[in-house]
Ligand binder design. Structure first.
Ligand SMILES: NC(=O)C1=CN([C@@H]2O[C@H](COP(=O)(O)OP(=O)(O)OC[C@H]3O[C@@H](n4cnc5c(N)ncnc54)[C@H](O)[C@@H]3O)[C@@H](O)[C@H]2O)C=CC1
Ligand SMILES: O=C([O-])C1=[NH+]CCC1
Length: 368
């Protein structure tokens, strides 16, 4: 743990529950933690002589899947070395953690989330388990934030650079209004000041009732955040995607939902959901034309082995090359389709789990 962090010297680990995570985790702080995670993975993947000493490094194997009768258990261990805990801070930390997460699709019918997890945070010097962080909300925020970071670096920053006042506004499409779809929509709304104004949100869900519910949530959210976007519930995926600048797919579909003909020529898609495999939601004619960016080569080799597309590289490598004119840019060709194929990776849970734990320790320092 960092020299500035109080550590848990008790024999029992801290338990940080869902409600506490909701209070502690902030979208903009999570964004920085996720950027650190992306960068750590790509910095580690570099040739050692080309690695940046002032950037974090990491170690993370491809995750393992254990098939049970009703679903699957994923084991996601990871280490991030020398990451910054907050933007603008010179304090660095190293974090060892493991997320255990289950995906049981039929849970919705009994009123439970389909995805349930915990992040186990260890002391990276002694290996002692220091905290268990409930990770349903955490997984929602970290996954949506990974999409926000990818959208920002691949699509919004170049767009902002092309406008005279450095601001952009977007029409956002959400295909699949379950937990992830909701968290993504809220994430885009809550980070408007930093990323892009949201002027329209278009929603589609297989069962329209869930899209209508999300419309109500987003209408409340507009009041809370003083935003004035319009929200539309769409009857078809085509209608949902029409005219969108940014699209999120977050379903369990094993069949393609989004086809090339539904899309504007210049669009960024965050493909988050997984049916039988991770690239099921977009049709092959989208993959034939787009440029794909991933979170983690190691995971992609295993989980995207059947994807036929132009995989440009990791989002972290795009970030590392920004503002370094001596290195060739990995940005998408202007005016085309970019896809962030999100698998989800342990280092995201490592840096965000550590953020929650640090904030918990700070909030409870008088009781330690
Ligand atoms: N990339 C990442 O880091 C992560 C990805 N996921 C994936 O995101 C997806 C959504 O997860 P949650 O929102 O937590 O689940 P959820 O159970 O809350 O929502 C599932 C959504 O998928 C839709 N859906 C299911 N089967 C469908 C089909 N055949 N056609 C169209 N829509 C269908 C449902 O209507 C619902 O909108 C899952 O595939 C999950 O594995 C979840 C967490 C992290
Ligand atoms: O990265 C993650 O946490 C998950 N990806 C798919 C299900 C959960």
């Amino acid at each position: 743990m960092s020299k500035h962090a109080a550590t848990n010297t008790r024999s029992r680990p801290m338990f940080i529950d869902e409600d506490q995570v909701k209070q502690l985790l902030d979208w903009n702080e999570a964004r920085y933690a996720i950027e650190q995670s992306f960068v750590s993975v790509s910095n580690q993947a570099r040739d050692p002589v080309a690695r940046f000493a002032d950037q974090p490094v990491s170690s993370q194997p491809a995750r393992t899947f254990v098939q049970a009768e009703g679903g699957v258990l994923l084991c996601m261990p990871g280490f991030v070395g020398q990451h910054r805990l907050a933007s603008g801070s010179s304090d660095r930390a190293s974090t060892l953690a493991c997320k255990l997460i289950t995906s049981f699709r039929k849970n919705a019918s009994i009123g439970l989330p389909s995805i349930n997890g915990e992040v186990f945070v260890f002391n990276s010097t002694t290996g002692k388990l220091e905290a268990i962080v409930e990770a349903n909300h955490l997984t929602g925020i970290r996954t949506a934030t990974a999409s926000l970071v990818a959208t920002d670096h691949l699509f919004l920053r170049p767009a902002r650079a092309r406008t005279p006042d450095g601001t952009v506004s977007i029409q956002l499409g959400i295909v699949g209004c379950g937990f992830q779809g909701m968290m993504h929509a809220i994430g885009f709304v809550r980070t408007q000041a930093a990323l892009a104004r949201v002027r329209v949100i278009r929603l589609w869900n297989r069962t329209p009732g869930r899209a209508t519910q999300l419309k109500e949530v987003l209408t409340e959210e507009a009041k809370k955040t003083g935003s004035n976007y319009s929200v539309f519930v769409c009857d078809t995926v085509e209608d949902c995607c029409r005219d969108c600048d940014v699209i999120v797919t977050a379903t369990g579909s094993s069949e393609p939902l989004v086809y090339r003909s539904f899309l504007k020529p210049n669009v960024h898609i965050n493909a988050v959901g997984a049916g039988e495999f991770h690239h099921a939601e977009l049709a092959q004619d989208v993959y034939d034309e787009c440029q794909v960016y991933i979170d983690h080569q190691e995971g992609a080799r295993k989980e995207l082995a059947t994807l036929r597309s132009n995989i440009v590289g990791e989002v972290g490598e795009v970030i590392l090359r920004e503002n370094r004119p001596q290195e060739e840019s990995l940005l998408p060709k202007p005016g085309g389709i970019s896809v962030f194929q999100s698998l989800g990776m342990a280092t995201e849970d490592v840096t965000v789990g550590r953020l929650v734990y640090e904030k918990y320790l700070k909030a409870h320092s008088d009781q330690m």
